[in-house]
Design a protein around this ligand. Structure first.
Ligand SMILES: Nc1ncnc2c1ncn2[C@@H]1O[C@H](COP(=O)(O)OP(=O)(O)OP(=O)(O)O)[C@@H](O)[C@H]1O
Ligand SMILES: [Mg+2]
Ligand SMILES: [Zn+2]
Length: 511
């Protein structure tokens, strides 16, 4: 007898439906066709054990399993559940009438218990899109999948629960989504910007960066608080919208880093990969492509601490995705896209010893060493970083007396207002949401300078010997500063402040 069940495979961050056909006939061999990988092939032995262990009979006949479409590689052990169910139905040990209603996925332990899978949210979205009545997933994935409304989500711990449902003997309840609740509740971040004493000017720069979605680099000696400040940036960004939360959740789920049992990623991600990270680790890739850190940071912050310690090649592969807000991974068989829209925050020392230009300590580096150090970072990468700030340490003795300044909860509403102004501005432009994303054409459209401003900028460019590429950066940042001040026009003081944030633009960087 021929029976069909439905599972899913992930391509990029979206699911596609995999049909599992099982045919049982006379004979004795087992065939699995349709581009399964080794883990799927090995499922045979597991399934024999599971089916016997739960009190059913593994059919000792010729079993042919076909997984379609054949051109998609089926990876992992999460097809155990739909294959086992199909075998049981094809051998008439369970009813097959409800099988067309559900997509199901789950890895089975030998005793029949079901283990969690990756990508359950994408699977639920696909089930809805294709008109399935519901999905059957491991219990640990049920909260995540239940975010999608309009389909029945069943979370089960054991295969016998699935069998009961299909046999019409179950009183299992569908999982109800908690997503919107979670999103509303989760406005608390573990760190607050008021933990950082003093550093008023740096906090101002961070506020501007957050308001315009600008990339920022902090340069300063060891212990000046760069890492501390970076960790607090998510706390001043606007809360995630439901759409953003779903998008980030999909990526984390596909990558297998969504904490089990969690419904959605409700706080902006903060990713800080170590400088020894590989190309694939940063931008994504691998034999079975997986999203990299730039995608895991989607809608949040990617912090690259000790920037010059990263391999040049690793930083270079990040450039194109930063431009496109998307990374494309090509493999022999497939090309997948992962979203990569994040705010880059970088930190570095000014020189190898760290004390170049330090108010108290002496730098022991030769000019050549300093230059080599800066050369590790390419000009084109620096070009994608709108704000450069020099962080000077708060003297130890002053730490107790310096003021904490405003809390994150005070700063964040200003950021939100500025973001809303930008949303309105770019409503018609399509596909851009904040000032940092403006192209040269957008800048011409939205950032008119009066003749006074033009003169000021020209003068500054000459006097500070700024590179041509600094020009657009300054205008974008000044647009954000104007938005923070609710000013329709970019005024001279907005420009003047923006110019300050190019103080490091000395054409020292590598090519
Ligand atoms: N302004 C500050 N307010 C409160 N604590 C501070 C401040 N600056 C530094 N510290 C303290 O110093 C520690 C070191 O700061 P942090 O690690 O952020 O420095 P860093 O600039 O990242 O240094 P490195 O270059 O060595 O990575 C912090 O954990 C914090 O305890
Ligand atoms: Mg640090
Ligand atoms: Zn030095």
């Amino acid at each position: 007898m021929l029976v069909k069940t439905y599972g899913s495979a992930i391509q990029g961050i979206d699911a596609i439906i995999i049909t599992i056909e099982v045919n049982i006939s006379k004979g004795s061999k087992f065939f699995l066709v349709g581009l399964p990988d080794n883990a799927v092939k090995e499922s045979h032995h597991r399934l024999v054990a599971v089916i016997n262990n739960i009190g059913y009979k593994y059919p000792g006949r010729r079993i042919v399993i076909n997984m379609a479409p054949a051109n998609i590689k089926k990876e992992g052990s999460s097809y155990d559940l739909p294959i086992a169910i199909a075998i049981l139905a094809a051998s008439k040990q369970i009813k097959d009438i409800l099988l067309t209603n559900y997509i199901m996925m789950g890895e089975l332990s030998l005793d029949g218990s079901i283990r969690a899978v990756n990508g359950a949210l994408s699977m639920a979205l696909k089930a809805k899109e294709d008109g399935f009545k519901g999905i059957i997933v491991p219990l640990e994935n049920a909260n995540e999948a239940s975010v999608v409304d309009g389909i029945d989500v069943y979370g089960f711990k054991h295969i016998t629960e699935v069998i009961d449902l299909l046999n019409g003997k179950s009183n299992a309840k569908v999982t109800i989504s908690q997503a919107e609740n979670l999103l509303e509740k989760n406005t608390s971040y573990p760190f607050n910007i008021e933990d950082v004493k003093g550093q008023k000017n740096i906090k101002r720069a961070l506020e501007i960066a957050a308001a315009g979605g600008h990339n920022i680099i902090m340069i300063g000696p060891p212990g000046s608080g760069k890492t501390m400040l970076a960790k607090r940036i998510p706390s001043i960004l606007p809360p995630l919208t439901l759409d953003e939360a779903l998008e980030t959740t999909k990526i984390h789920s596909v990558a297998g880093i969504l904490p089990r049992g969690n419904a959605i990623v409700s706080a902006r991600p903060y990713r800080s990969p170590h400088h020894t990270i590989s190309d694939a680790g940063l931008v994504g890739g691998g034999t079975y492509p997986k999203p990299g850190e730039i995608s895991l940071a989607q809608n949040g912050v990617l912090f690259l601490d000790e920037l010059p310690e990263f391999k040049r090649t690793v930083l270079e592969v990040m450039r194109q995705p930063m431009e496109d807000r998307l990374v494309t991974i090509s493999r022999a068989r497939v090309t997948v896209d992962y979203p990569a829209s994040f705010m880059l925050v970088a930190a570095m020392n000014p020189c190898p010893c760290g004390y170049y230009n330090h108010p108290e300590k002496d730098c022991v580096c030769s000019p050549g060493n300093v230059q080599n150090y800066l050369n590790r970072i390419s000009g084109p990468l620096m070009d994608r970083i709108d704000l450069h700030v020099e962080v000077t340490p708060v003297a130890f003795d002053d730490l107790s007396t310096k003021s904490s300044g405003e809390s994150s909860n005070k700063i964040r509403p200003r950021v939100i207002i500025a973001r809303n102004i930008q949303k309105e501005r770019f409503e018609k432009a399509g596909n851009i949401y904040c000032n940092s994303q403006m192209s040269s054409k957008d800048i011409a459209n939205y950032c008119m300078l009066n003749s006074n401003g033009k003169t000021l900028l020209k003068l500054a460019m000459e006097k500070l010997n700024l590179s041509a590429r600094a020009y657009d950066r300054i205008i974008k940042v000044s647009r954000t500063i104007a938005d923070l001040g609710a000013s329709k026009d970019i005024k001279n003081d907005h420009l003047a402040e923006a110019i300050q944030y190019r103080s490091l633009d000395r054409d020292n960087w590598g090519s």
